[in-house]
Design a binder for this molecule. Sequence first.
Ligand code: HEC
Length: 384
Amino acid sequence: MFTCLDKWRRSLLGAGLAAACIGAAAATGAVPAEGPLRACADPDNLPFSSAAEGPKGFYVELADKLSEALGRGAAQEVWHSTLYARRAVRSTLLARRCDLYIGLPAEGDFMRPQVVMSAPFAVHHYALVLPPGQRISGVAELRGRRVAVQLLTPPHQLLATTEGMQTVTVRSPEEGLQALADGQADVAWLWGPSAGYHNRTRHAERWQVLATDGPGMAWPVAIGFRRDDAALRAQVQQQLDGLQGWITGLAAKYGFPAGPALPLAAADAPVLRLAAAGAVGGLMGQATAAVVADAAGSDAMLSRGRTLFNTNCSHCHGPNAQSPEARIDLRKLGRRYGDEMTEVFHATVRAGRPDKGMPAWKGVLAEDDIASIKAFVDSVQQRK
Ligand code: HEC
C-alpha cells in the first residue's frame, strides 16, 4: 500500500489529508449505510478537485451535495492521485477505501465489469479559446492561424493529420492560455473545463471558451461504483436526476464552456488512441500531463512521420493511412493486435511480407524514420 505514503508526500497540498488517510485505512468493509459518503478524488486536479485551501472543485462539491441529499452530511474525500486513472480506481474504489468515484468516463468499457456507472451527469468538451468577437465554424478556418494544442490530445491529432495547419504544442491548458497571452498563438484548442476555469481565475475572462464537438472532443462523465453496490448506485442516481439543474449551475460557476458545442471536427476524423484508452473524462486534465510526460512522440515527430508515411506508404495504405480496404487499413492495427501492435508493426515494416506485396523497409528507411512513422500510425488508431 503506497497510498498513505503518497498522501503524506502530497500533504504539503493542504490540511486534512492525514485524517482522510487514517480513515481510509481503517475502512475496509462493505459500504456503511450511514455517515458521510466517501468520495475518491484527486488532491490536486482543479477545476475538478483539490485538497488545498480555496475552491474544492466541481467533483468534490457534487460529492458533498449528494452526501447531503442522502442525509449523510458533507462527503468525506479519500484523496488519491489520478495521474494513472485505472490504478487510482483499483487502489481506492475497488479496494473499498471509498464508496464512489466521480468523473469516470461514461462511455466505453472503462474498468467494467468491476465498476458500474451512473448515467452521465455532465459532458466535458475540448474547447476553442479565442479572442472576443471572433467566430470559427470549421477546421478549415483555422488555417493560417497559429493554434495552440495540448500534445497528444484529439485536437492535436486532428490538426497534425490535416494539411496546412500550424500548431503550437503545449503541455497543459494553462500553458495554452499562456501561449495566447504571450502572443505565441492566435487560437487555442484545449481541454475545455480547465481552459474555462483558468480563463476565469487567472485571465479575467479575457477569451471566449467555446465547447467543440466531434470524435474525441466530447467526454460524458459518470459516477463509478463497485459492482456489488447496486443499492448505493440506485440511491445516488435518484438524487442525480433531481440535481441536473444544480450541476449545470456548478459547471458554470467553475467556468466550464457551456453548449451548444461547435461541430468542428470532420465526422471521419481519427481519434487519438491514447486519449481514448487511458486519459479519460474528468481525469483528463491530469492524465494528459502523465501521457505527455511518457510520450516519446512530439509534434515535430508526428508531422515528420505523416510526411514519411505519405511519401513511402500511402500509395498502398492510403493517404494519411486512411485506406478503404480493411485488410491494409493501418488505423485498425491497434484493434487487430492489441498489445502486440508495436511488435507486429516493427517486424512487418522491417522484414516486409514479400509474398503478400508488403515490401521490406530495413535498410531503406532509417530507424528514426520508422519510429516517426510509427508515432504517426499510433496517432491515427481508431477508437476501440
Ligand atoms: C507496395 C505496397 C505497399 C507499400 C508501399 C507498403 N505496404 Fe505495408 N502492406 C502492404 C500489404 C499488401 C500488406 C498486407 C500484407 C498481408 O496481407 O499480410 C501490408 C501490411 C502492412 C502492415 C501489417 C498490417 C497488418 O494488419 O498486419 C504494416 C504494419 C505495414 N504494412 C506498414 C507499412 C508501412 C509503415 C509502409 C511504409 C513505410 C508500408 N507498409 C508500405 C503493402 C504495402
